[in-house]
Write a protein that binds this ligand. Structure first.
Ligand code: FMN
Length: 326
């Protein structure tokens, strides 16, 4: 099995990817959060940081592009290839309403003729390997049958399938039936993505789809960065490893960002997921949420890592994710 880190905007930026790669099981590919194209062929400072080679040393990073204009996509791909990249990913999965309203991400899936034309143009013009990350459709999983026919016309490097539709957002459960049928008709390598939070979840997917040998994980790793190591049967890292992972993230954010609020905002986003490596976490969650000063945050962290046992409450994490999706 090859393991990929899913792109999570606001979380899996280059700082997270590097910290993860240093402290936990190394992954085969790391996807950047989406980079939006524009007609000026320019990247924002934030996007540029994601792709600069000095920020991706030793990582197989795949830049992800969000676009519905082939000329913009090709221009962005060419610029990215100048940094030494050979593979790029197209985002056809983002369910956020602002993205979908512009017929991008999973909003593009409903416009099959335009999508077909777009793919024709990018696959004939771009010089890089292009993989696609997709949902099953916008309104109905039945849309996927036609989408697969379209995908089959082009030399996709890989198709990463998150088997939900746009309207699901993160509600409901991945549609494994349609995923299964796709495996019979698609003619490129398929990567499974969605709701793998525990080793049992992993086992269940690999039991159902023994031929799938690519898996992308997002929230499962963010909630428990030791997950891929556990899947591979490695011993649980010590709490000191989690602490140093946290400290690397925290110190790097503190170096590159200014303002206590901004740094705290990042760390709160991170703890929203990772707090579930501690089962006795309710009080800590509250104090992290309320915290407004770095000096208070430092005290909370010392207390958390010194006083709490690492008890990987993956059930707790699943409860949060499922609670969110109701
Ligand atoms: C906060 C957040 C941000 C995300 N940002 C992106 C993104 O930039 N590009 C993308 O293709 N998917 C994005 N996703 C979707 C994830 O990559 C992934 O497909 C999804 O979380 C399902 O996988 P998981 O159950 O392993 O987390 C995001 C998801 C979340 C929760």
């Amino acid at each position: 099995m090859k393991y990929y880190l899913a792109p999570l905007e606001g979380i899996t930026n280059y700082i997270y990817r590097n910290a993860y790669h240093t402290h936990f099981e190394k992954l085969d590919k790391y996807y950047t959060p989406f980079i939006s194209t524009n007609q000026h062929n320019s990247f924002t400072t934030r996007d540029l940081k994601e792709i600069l080679p000095k920020n991706n040393k030793g990582l197989y990073t795949v830049p992800q592009i969000l676009s519905n204009k082939s000329a913009d996509f090709v221009r962005a791909a060419n610029s990215i290839s100048e940094y030494g990249y050979t593979e790029i990913n197209l985002n056809l999965g983002c369910p956020s309403n602002t993205v979908v309203a512009k017929n991008k991400g999973s909003g593009f899936l409903y416009h099959t003729e335009a999508l077909d034309r777009f793919l024709d143009e990018i696959y004939s013009q771009a010089t890089m390997k292009i993989s696609i990350k997709t949902r099953l459709g916008k309104y109905s999983p039945d849309e996927f049958y036609e989408l697969v026919k379209i995908y089959n016309k082009y030399p996709l490097e890989e198709l990463i399938i998150h088997p939900r539709i746009q309207k699901d957002m993160y509600r409901n459960v991945p549609n494994l039936e349609v995923f299964k049928q796709t495996l019979e008709t698609i003619n490129c390598p398929v990567c499974y993505n969605g709701d793998v939070f525990t080793t049992d979840d992993y086992q269940s997917i690999t039991d159902k789809f023994p031929d799938v040998d690519l898996m992308m994980l997002g929230r499962g790793i963010i909630g428990n960065p030791a997950l891929v190591g556990q899947i591979k049967g490695k011993p649980m890292p010590s709490i000191a490893t989690f602490r140093s992972f946290h400290d690397t993230l925290y110190h790097t954010y503190s170096e590159v960002m200014s303002g206590e609020k901004n740094i705290l905002y990042r760390m709160k986003g991170f703890w929203f997921y990772m707090i579930h490596i501690f089962s006795e976490n309710k009080k800590v969650i509250k104090s992290i949420k309320k915290c407004e000063r770095l000096s208070d945050y430092d005290k909370i962290m010392d207390n958390l890592f010194n006083e709490h046992a690492l008890t990987l409450n993956t059930r707790g994490f699943r409860n949060v994710v499922e609670g969110l999706s109701k």
